[in-house]
Ligand binder design. Structure first.
Ligand SMILES: C[S@@+](CC[C@H](N)C(=O)[O-])C[C@H]1O[C@@H](n2cnc3c(N)ncnc32)[C@H](O)[C@@H]1O
Length: 320
């Protein structure tokens, strides 16, 4: 399987693996992936039904560590922490940078990373919901987030920008900040601000040891006009997943930044939209998902998508 993931865990080209992306990334072959397209959990919004321990911060301090120092992800996860539910945005940002540092090993030099992120308003007391949005409501997990510095009630945190800058600082080259404009945002009760109606899709590529970055790109496959603002209606995910990729938006990213026979990886794949679109477009694809229900939903959807493919293409994409 020249050029494809051939590690023990990854025997076939189209697969959904259940587990923690920070662990599973270690099983992917070096320099095998052409495109990572992904949307990790946003900070402080949804739990996706994953268990999280709010005691992580106390344990970190009990171990004699200051809150300003960020625990490595492995320690954080071992103590029951979930990505996206870190007590501080700085911890979340550092964990994302740590993940993409691990992911760098599996990327070909010509590969791209598309990272979709949305923003969060700060609230000292916030309710984290399984599938919904942040807000104060009855019967939900309520978590106290220590305030201080720029962490102040009602503050828009600019988290996508902070993550993008941290990745630049870690050596990634940012090529675009594509704005996904949503023409039909959810109604909100606030009467003192406008409704958030956009998310970011950051396109990163890698530095070369010498010379300018060079990577696969087919502009003719991007949206008409090739602009960095795209208006697409969000489409509800299957199995109650509320943060699924709009198929059209992810399809364009795959067509324009993954070569026709390339390998796509979505390490936080939810219901598997990126993986499914990738195989429909004739690419190989791997998805990681930690939540059992979403992982099996993604497997089911991938199986159906493979069944609908022309015979030759399905044989190439092998088993789920
Ligand atoms: C924003 S959603 C992705 C939705 C996806 N783009 C789709 O089209 O369905 C983030 C997903 O990451 C999963 N997740 C959270 N922490 C994870 C981890 N450490 N490893 C792998 N998946 C994780 C969540 O369960 C959730 O389904």
């Amino acid at each position: 399987m020249g050029g494809r993931a051939t590690g023990d865990v990854l025997k076939s080209p189209a697969r959904i693996l259940r587990g923690d992306a920070f662990d599973l990334i270690g099983a992917v072959d070096e320099a095998s992936v052409d495109l990572i397209v992904t949307s990790p959990p946003y900070w402080g919004l949804r739990s996706y039904g994953l268990e999280h321990s709010d005691e992580v911060l106390d344990r970190w301090e009990a171990a004699g560590c200051s809150r300003d120092r960020v625990p490595p992800y492995d320690w954080y996860a071992r103590e029951g922490g979930q990505l996206g539910q870190e007590p501080y945005p700085s911890w979340y940002i550092a964990h994302l940078v740590e993940f993409f540092e691990r992911a760098r090993r599996v990327l070909k030099p010509s590969a791209s990373l598309w990272l979709n992120l949305g923003d969060t308003y700060f609230a000292r007391w916030s309710s984290i919901r399984d599938g919904g949005r942040q807000g104060i409501s009855e019967g939900r997990t309520r978590r106290r987030t220590p305030s201080g510095g720029y962490l102040h009630d009602k503050q828009l945190l600019l988290l996508p920008a902070r993550v993008a800058i941290a990745l630049q600082d870690a050596g990634w080259i940012l090529r675009n900040d594509l704005i996904w404009s949503k023409p039909n945002p959810m109604p909100r009760p606030e009467q003192d601000r406008l409704r958030l109606a956009h998310e970011h899709w950051f396109h990163f590529v890698q530095r070369r040891t010498t010379g300018r970055p060079s990577y696969f790109y087919d502009l003719s496959q991007a949206e008409e006009g090739g602009l960095d603002v795209v208006s697409v209606r969000p489409v509800a995910g299957t199995n109650g997943h509320s943060a699924a990729f709009p198929p059209g938006l992810v399809r364009r990213r795959i067509q324009s930044t993954c070569p026709p026979d390339g390998l796509v990886l979505d390490p936080f794949c939810g219901t598997g939209r990126a993986v499914i679109e990738a195989v429909r477009l004739g690419r190989d694809a791997i998805g990681f998902e930690r939540q059992a229900g979403y992982a099996s939903e993604a497997r089911r959807a991938l199986k159906n998508a493979l069944a609908e493919l022309p015979e030759k293409q399905a044989a190439k994409s092998a088993s789920v």
